[in-house]
Design a protein around this ligand. Structure first.
Ligand code: 13P
Ligand code: SF4
Length: 303
């Protein structure tokens, strides 16, 4: 089968099996092209919670499929590549979190959705990059907040809200690699362009940004009439949505190697095999799912 035929066959199988394909904006173009829904982490969670399809095929990484299983426990959730993970999510373990809670017993725990289900289960509330400011703003009082596992996001939220935030020292290795010097160099080449950055980037990079937001936020910013040339400070997969929506605008990567290899693992062949062989099923056990759901629901109520 050539690519077009494979895409059509996947669409046929999705219909036949009452399944939907959800794809993160960082996935391969040919996967995003046939998805029922493309989105950022927040949008994908909302979609996973409200779909009435029997099966959710998740073109994303493991924590996203877990979130879909937490929110839609009666559905079959398939992750076509079992090893598609998120290094940031792996930067906090349950024993580490328990130790941090003991050290800061008065702190509320705000957990980025890029985390394992067991971590969400031990958290007060979740957030994504799209709603982190709103989530932190919703917490009453002025007490300390332990934000895990992304330190860059935590420091950004602390600066924006003035809240007392204890950052975890994790980071997204893809976003954290971008430096202010690299951004200045690209800006030098394109002095007429504006720069948008994802809050997983370092503070020194965010300081240079005209706009900071999640992938959906950046796509929305790109749609503003005054934005005609944009340096994009996030993973390159987002170019598919940017160029589809705004074909007359110019988009420039902040770095040529701005790629998340985990997000690029899932191919059309993997999705096809996942549908035929019902693999790989991601199912969160009830003992973890119920408390994890509470933390996700608190977030979704604010979205
Ligand atoms: P958003 O989808 O929230 O923009 O996050 C980016 C990301 O790194 C997802 O893994
Ligand atoms: Fe994880 Fe970063 Fe890849 Fe997102 S881009 S999945 S945060 S490693």
């Amino acid at each position: 089968m050539n690519q077009k035929e494979l895409q059509e066959e996947i669409r046929r199988l999705l219909r036949k099996k009452n399944a939907i394909l959800l794809a993160h904006y960082y996935e391969r173009d040919e996967v995003q092209e046939i998805a029922d829904y493309r989105g950022d982490s927040l949008g994908l969670s909302i979609e996973a919670a409200r779909t009435d399809a029997e099966t959710i095929v998740f073109a994303g990484v493991h924590f996203m499929a877990e979130s879909a299983s937490i929110l839609s426990p009666d559905k079959t959730v398939l992750l076509p590549r079992q090893e598609a993970g998120c290094p940031l999510a792996d930067m906090v373990t349950a024993p580490q979190l328990a130790a941090a809670r003991e050290k800061h017993p008065e702190a509320k725990v705000v957990t980025y959705i890029n985390s394992a289900a067991i971590i969400k289960a031990h958290s007060d509330i979740c957030c994504t990059s799209a709603n982190a400011l709103r989530v932190v703003g919703s917490l009453p009082g002025a007490g300390p907040i332990l934000m895990i596992p992304d330190g860059n996001l935590a420091r950004y939220v602390a600066r924006q809200t003035g809240r007392q935030i204890i950052p975890w020292e994790g980071c997204c290795p893809v976003h954290d690699r971008l430096t202010a010097a690299a951004v200045r160099a690209v800006r030098g080449l394109h002095p007429d362009a504006v720069f948008a950055a994802h809050p997983e980037c370092k503070g020194e990079v965010l300081d240079l940004a005209d706009f900071v937001g999640s992938t959906t936020g950046i796509i929305g910013y790109a749609g503003r009439p005054e934005v005609t040339k944009l340096i994009v400070g996030t993973e390159r997969g987002v170019f598919y949505e940017l160029q589809t929506r705004y074909p007359t605008k110019t988009f420039i990567p902040a770095a040529e190697d701005f790629l998340c290899l985990d997000m690029k693992l899932t191919t059309l062949e993997d999705i096809h095999a996942a549908l035929i062989e019902r693999r790989y099923i991601v199912k969160v056990p009830e003992a973890v799912r119920i408390p994890a759901r509470r933390a996700l629901d608190r977030m979704l109520e604010l979205s």
